[in-house]
Design a protein around this ligand. Structure first.
Ligand SMILES: [Zn+2]
Ligand SMILES: [Zn+2]
Length: 260
C-alpha cells in the first residue's frame, strides 16, 4: 500500500522569515525560503493524519485545502508543535466527534496543563473547543496500531523534553531530536525515506546541526532524506548544492510517497 506525506511546514520554531529580521534568507523572494512551523499531513489507506499542529495550522489548512482529519499525532508539546490545537475545533463543531490523538503520557500531562480548558470544559453548554480522543503510546519504543494503521515509534530527548518520532512502513518522521540512545536505530532498520530535523550548520543545544543529521542518516541507511525544522540561516538552493544529492532540505508543499 502507498502512503503520502505532505510537508505543511519546514521551518524552525520562529518560522522563516523571522519577525523583524532582514537577513538575505528572510528577505528572499524564493518560495523555498518561506517556511511555516513544522508539521506534516499523512494520507494512508484513505485516512488523513496530521503530525503536529503548530501556530501556523490555520494558514496551512487553508493553503492546502485540509477539510477534515481522521487523527492527530503529536511528537511533543513545545509551542511550535501544538499552538494551533484549538483551531481543530472547526472540525469538532462540524462533526461533534472527538479527534483521535496519539501521544505519549508525558505529552498528555503537559498538554493538559497548557490547554486545561480542552480537557475540563466549564459549565453545561456544549463545548466550543477542540476535543480529543486520547490514544497513549504504551512504551518508549515499539510498534502499535492507530486507526488501523501500523505505526512504529521511538523516544528521544530535546533538552528536558521527551519527544517521539514515528515510522509508517518504510518512511520515518523524526523532528526535534538532540539526545538519543543507539537503540532507536533498531526501530529504523529498513527505513528508505527519512525526514529529520536540523536547525542550521552550527550545533545548537536543542537541535542537530546539518553534519550531525548527516551522521544520523548514515546510521539509518535511508535512501532519501529530507531535512526539516530549518532556521533562517540556511538558504534553500545554496545549502542543497553543498549537501549530498540523497540528503536535501525539504520545503513547504513537498509531497513524498512511501510504502506501508
Ligand atoms: Zn520544534
Ligand atoms: Zn533572517
Amino acid at each position: 500500500m502507498n502512503g503520502t506525506f505532505l510537508f505543511l511546514g519546514t521551518g524552525g520554531s520562529a518560522g522563516v522569515p523571522v519577525i523583524g529580521c532582514s537577513c538575505a534568507v528572510c528577505r528572499s523572494t524564493s518560495s523555498y525560503n518561506h517556511r511555516l512551523r513544522p508539521s506534516g499531513l499523512l494520507k494512508i489507506d484513505g485516512k488523513t493524519l496530521l503530525i503536529d499542529v503548530g501556530p501556523d495550522f490555520r494558514t496551512q489548512a487553508l493553503k492546502y485545502g485540509i477539510d477534515h482529519l481522521d487523527g492527530l499525532i503529536l511528537t511533543h508539546t513545545h509551542y511550535d508543535h501544538i499552538a494551533g490545537i484549538d483551531d481543530l475545533r472547526t472540525f469538532y463543531l462540524k462533526t461533534r466527534k472527538k479527534l483521535p490523538c496519539l501521544l505519549s503520557r508525558m505529552s498528555l500531562d503537559d498538554l493538559e496543563k497548557r490547554y486545561y480548558y480542552l480537557f475540563h470544559p466549564i459549565g453545561t453548554v456544549p463545548t466550543l473547543s477542540a476535543q480529543l480522543e486520547i490514544h497513549l503510546l504504551p512504551h518508549a519504543q515499539g510498534e502499535g496500531e492507530f486507526l488501523g494503521i501500523k505505526i512504529g515509534y521511538i523516544t528521544y530527548k530535546q533538552g528536558g523534553c521527551q519527544v517521539n518520532g514515528f515510522r509508517f512502513g518504510n518512511f520515518a518522521y523524526i523532528t526535534d531530536i538532540r539526545e538519543f540512545e543507539n537503540s532507536i536505530f533498531e526501530s529504523l532498520v529498513g527505513v528508505k525515506t527519512l525526514v529529520i530535523s536540523a536547525l542550521r550548520e552550527e550545533s545548537s543545544p536543542l537541535h542537530l546541526s546539518l553534519q550531525e543529521a548527516i551522521d544520523f542518516v548514515k546510521k539509518v541507511g535511508a535512501r532519501r532524506t529530507w531535512i526539516t525544522h530549518i532556521s533562517h540561516s540556511l538558504d534553500h538552493e545554496s545549502t542543497n548544492r553543498k549537501l549530498p544529492k540523497s540528503i536535501q532540505l525539504g520545503y513547504d508543499g513537498l509531497e513524498l510517497e512511501f510504502q506501508i
